[in-house]
Design a protein around this ligand. Structure first.
Ligand code: NI
Ligand code: MN
Length: 221
């Protein structure tokens, strides 16, 4: 599985010709490492409707005929704008051509009335990837790690709107993933954080494969 960091909280997963992107905020993203028209994806997963997550999702979905997977309220918003959607909700787990998508809770605003922010556990050709979205730390991360043993966790570390470094270190302890990539930091001064500090603090507590990616960088799992 090839994982590419597109900047902020946008990640691209690719394997066997299938592309899946999380929270593709590219237009207006000072870290953006791709243009919406460059992405070849069949699936666009949106954690919530804040602009730095919903981003170019509808544009990409319409351009590619890709399906937006999100909670019902966010999917409804995208559907009204002409995107193909798969509306799910927290606790749901559905099969897709690459494996499965499970939607899990996130403690954050939805960005749409009556909605919830969410995270995703995606089984992508056999690898379990947890994308936390925007969230504060919560104790049930322990449970998420037990539901599906995680090969990779994508976790926010920037603080202010989400977990900061020290809380994200505890999140890694609870999730017990094999590997971690930090996200949602340094896009703007308000979420300034040092990913090397995160890595040091995680490694001081446990053996985990912490990979820090610069926008545009890819890594294989
Ligand atoms: Ni947000
Ligand atoms: Mn955000």
């Amino acid at each position: 599985m090839k994982v590419t960091f597109l900047g902020h909280a946008a990640f691209l997963l690719e394997e066997k010709g299938v592309g899946l992107v999380f929270d593709p905020f590219l237009t207006g993203n000072p870290q953006a490492a791709a243009k919406p028209e460059d992405l070849k994806v069949g699936y666009v997963l949106v954690s919530h409707a804040h602009h730095d997550h919903l981003g170019d999702a509808v544009d990409i979905a319409r351009r590619q005929g890709a399906v937006i997977v999100s909670t019902a309220e966010v999917a409804g918003l995208c559907s009204k704008q002409g995107a193909k959607t798969a509306a799910m909700h927290i606790g749901g787990k559905n099969p897709f051509e690459f494996g499965t998508i499970r939607i899990v809770q996130a403690f954050h605003g939805a960005g749409v009335e009556g909605g919830h922010a969410c995270g995703f556990v995606v089984n992508f050709f056999g690898k379990n990837v947890y994308f936390a979205g925007d969230t504060g730390l919560f104790g049930d991360m322990e449970l998420i790690g037990r539901l599906e043993p995680l090969d990779l966790a994508l976790l926010p570390i920037g603080g202010n709107y989400t977990m900061g470094i020290d809380d994200a270190v505890l999140a890694v302890e609870m999730l017990r993933p094999k590997a971690v990539i930090p996200m949602h930091y340094n896009t703007w001064p308000v979420i300034k954080a040092d990913p090397e500090e995160f890595k040091r603090k995680v490694l001081a507590r446990q053996k985990v494969d912490v990979r820090i990616l610069t926008p545009g960088q890819s890594t294989d799992f």
